[in-house]
Design a protein around this ligand. Structure first.
Ligand code: FAD
Length: 396
């Protein structure tokens, strides 16, 4: 480790573009720039030393999407239902539910980045300070100081910002191998089953069956106050016991605490780096899905950078979708006891293809109207009235 005196003596290294954080968004942008064989010097600063299989990315997508090399498993159908009720099934052959294993994504992205000599990935280093200078930015890490012409910041949002989210999506999952195959429908994902209240917070089960003896099993909360890890573990243990999977081998676990309705911090008077990934509002407020938006942004941003040297803003919700999500989250926050009924109605009454378009930011006006029409009116009217003071406030 270098001392502060060492750092002060060395002239800072200058780069054209610094990407803070080499997770999903940071690596995606670096990968897209590498594909374009950028000649600009690009530095990605990432604290982890090695990449692990730490998460699963799921979404609905057809085969033609450019991301297809990473596509892992696919399921044409999904099921849902309240606790102790019969599960309902829906499906869409053209847009199956897809799975990307994070380690496949990391390895594939790293292999592409390595082939581009102008991109440097600095693993094992954390950014400790970012300050605006003229022209550009000064970045301090635990080892070095850098000067960058432009910066994309994909570090996770500060805890104080996360705390202000309308709700927190918290989940704990275990990828398990059963001792012997069981009778399972391996074509159907349990998207939202066992929907119920636990200590006043909305909770449900999520199961991805890879094979009759290999599954990812998760418990998820949409909660005002994030449940403790012990509470999540307890719910997961109960679920495994209920399904008869308690003695399965645990291959890996994954945990998340995702903001739902993260307030974006923008100060128009100060110079801002481009914020991307979760920090830039990539996660859909009402679902926590963000992978496809991050990929969309990374491709647009790299193209724009190569063509005119400027950086594109993170893909987020359009204006009306943002308002719909804000009201939806307000209902879930204030009336969690109605959440199971609301999701059950939404999933059963909306045509699968409309539902997928809605989840993938491609909803038409008619899709939105149909979704609004099928939902119970009173809770949404109350949420609309409660949200009025902030609903039409400018967010940037
Ligand atoms: C377990 C899990 C499962 C998820 N499942 C899905 C899903 O199924 N579908 C979906 O669409 N979305 C999903 N998401 C949400 C979202 O897609 C992911 O969180 C995604 O990884 C967000 O990308 P990101 O680049 O913003 O954050 P990350 O991928 O977390 O990257 C941020 C990076 O910043 C680095 N960093 C932290 N501190 C510093 C520092 N001081 N200096 C420099 N770098 C720093 C971190 O090490 C990390 O690599 C999931 C999230 C999690 C956590």
């Amino acid at each position: 480790m270098r001392t502060p005196e060492d750092k002060a003596q060395r002239a800072p290294k200058c780069v054209d573009l610094a990407i803070l954080g080499g997770g999903c968004a940071g690596l995606s942008l670096a990968r897209e720039l590498a594909k374009c064989q950028t000649l600009d010097s690009v530095l990605v600063i990432e604290p982890r030393q090695t990449y692990q299989d730490d998460r699963s990315w799921c979404f609905w997508a057809n085969d033609s999407q450019a991301l297809s090399p990473w596509f892992g498993h696919r399921w044409p159908r999904w099921s849902f239902g309240k606790i102790n009720a019969q599960q309902q099934h829906r499906g869409c052959d053209d847009f199956p539910y897809r799975y990307v294993r994070s380690i496949d994504f990391y390895r594939a992205s790293l292999a592409i980045i390595e082939r581009c000599p102008s991109i440097e990935l600095k693993l094992g280093h954390a950014v400790t300070d970012l300050s605006a200078i003229e022209p550009g930015w000064q970045i301090t890490t635990d080892e070095e100081t850098y000067i960058a012409r432009q910066v994309v910041d994909t570090r996770p949002p500060a805890q104080s910002q996360l705390d202000q989210s309308t709700l927190h999506q918290c989940f704990l999952g275990a990828e398990i191998k059963l001792n012997q195959p069981v009778s399972l429908d391996t074509q159907t994902v349990e998207l939202m089953t066992d929907m119920r209240l636990v200590d006043g917070e909305f909770c449900f089960t999520y199961v991805l069956p890879f094979a009759c003896d290999h599954l990812l099993v998760e418990v998820t909360f949409f909660a005002k106050r994030p449940p403790t890890r012990a509470c999540l573990q307890n719910q997961l243990n109960q679920l495994l016991a209920k399904r008869g999977w308690s003695d399965a081998q645990i291959l890996r676990t994954e945990f998340a605490e995702l903001p739902m309705g993260l307030p974006l911090v923008m100060n128009a008077k100060q110079k801002q780096p481009v914020l991307a990934g979760m920090r830039g509002g990539a996660l859909r407020p009402s679902s926590g899905y963000g992978f496809l938006r991050i990929q969309d942004w990374a491709q647009r941003c790299a193209k724009q950078y190569i063509s005119d040297g400027t950086l594109a803003r993170q893909t987020t919700s359009g204006y009306w979708l943002q308002k719909m999500d804000q009201i939806f989250l307000n209902v879930l926050r204030h009336e969690p006891a109605r959440a199971a009924e609301i999701f059950d109605t939404l999933l059963s009454k909306t045509k699968p293809v409309r539902f997928i378009r809605f989840m993938n930011d491609q909803a038409t006006l008619s899709d939105c109207l149909q979704i609004v029409a099928c939902l119970p009116k009173l809770p949404f009217l109350r949420a609309f009235l409660r949200s009025l003071p902030t609903l039409f406030a400018r967010s940037d």
